[in-house]
Design a protein around this ligand. Structure first.
Ligand code: SIN
Ligand code: FE2
Length: 211
C-alpha cells in the first residue's frame, strides 16, 4: 500500500542492491492489477508449461502483450500466439505499461518499451529454479518484476550459476528492476510458504522487451 498522495508526494524509494539491480519497496497498490490478471486469465488460461525431460513447471503461467514467453519440450521461445488457442495473447493493459515504464524510469532506465508481460502464479510449494532471463533480443532493456499477494523469498545470484546467492524477501507491491551489468544475473524464487491469515497465492508480472 502506498501512503495517500499529497501535494508533496515524496519520490518512491529505490534501493540499489547491486549495480543495475534495484528494489522499489511497496511501489504499487496491487488490487487493480489482480482484476486485470483475472481478465487476462479468462482469455488465456494459466498453465503449467513443459520443460525438458517431460516435467512441468510448478509455477502456472500466462502472458499478455504482443509477445508471450512459452516453454515446451522443444525449448523456450517468444510467440505471437498462445499455443493453447492459436490466438494472439490478450493486449497489455495500459495500466501495466504505465507501471512498467514508471518503475523502470524510477530505477534510471528511461524509454523502456516492453512488448511482453509474463504472468506467473505461485500456489503453496511452487518455486522457480535458478535461471537467467536471456531469451530477449535486446539485453540493453531491463526486466521489471512486480510481486503481488503472498510474500516470497527471491534468490539473487551473480552472472555465473556457481556464484553465491543472496535471499531477498519480496512483499505485495514490491517491484524489482534489473538491467545494465545485472541484466543477466541468475535469479529464482524459493518454494512458496504462505503465512496463516495472509493470501495463499502469489502472482508476479515480468515485463520484458522481447523483440
Ligand atoms: C521470473 O524470474 O520470471 C519471476 C520472478 C518472480 O516470480 O519474482
Ligand atoms: Fe526470470
Amino acid at each position: 500500500m502506498r501512503p495517500p498522495s499529497s501535494l508533496f508526494e515524496p519520490e518512491a524509494p529505490c534501493i540499489e542492491l547491486a549495480e543495475g539491480f534495484f528494489l522499489l519497496p511497496a511501489f504499487i497498490d496491487t488490487a487493480a492489477l489482480l482484476t486485470q490478471i483475472d481478465l487476462i486469465a479468462a482469455q488465456t488460461a494459466f498453465r503449467h508449461m513443459q520443460v525438458g525431460g517431460g516435467k512441468r513447471m510448478s509455477v502456472a503461467m500466462t502472458n499478455c502483450g504482443p509477445w508471450g514467453w512459452t516453454s515446451s519440450s522443444s525449448g523456450y521461445q517468444y510467440s505471437r500466439t498462445d499455443p493453447l488457442t492459436d490466438r494472439p495473447w490478450p493486449a497489455m493493459p495500459d495500466s501495466f505499461m504505465a507501471l512498467a515504464q514508471k518503475a523502470a524510469a524510477t530505477a534510471g532506465f528511461g524509454h523502456f518499451e516492453p512488448d511482453a508481460c509474463l504472468v506467473n502464479r505461485y500456489a503453496s510449494g511452487a518455486s522457480l529454479g535458478l535461471h537467467q532471463d536471456r531469451d530477449e533480443q535486446d539485453l540493453g532493456q531491463p526486466i521489471v518484476s512486480v510481486s503481488i499477494g503472498a510474500a516470497a523469498t527471491f534468490q539473487l545470484g551473480g552472472l555465473k550459476r556457481s556464484e553465491p546467492l543472496r535471499t531477498l524477501p519480496l512483499h505485495d507491491g514490491d517491484v524489482l528492476v534489473w538491467g545494465g551489468p545485472s541484466r543477466l544475473r541468475f535469479h529464482g524464487v524459493q518454494a512458496l510458504k504462505p503465512t496463516a491469515g495472509g493470501p495463499d497465492t502469489r502472482h508476479n508480472l515480468t515485463f520484458r522487451k522481447a523483440k
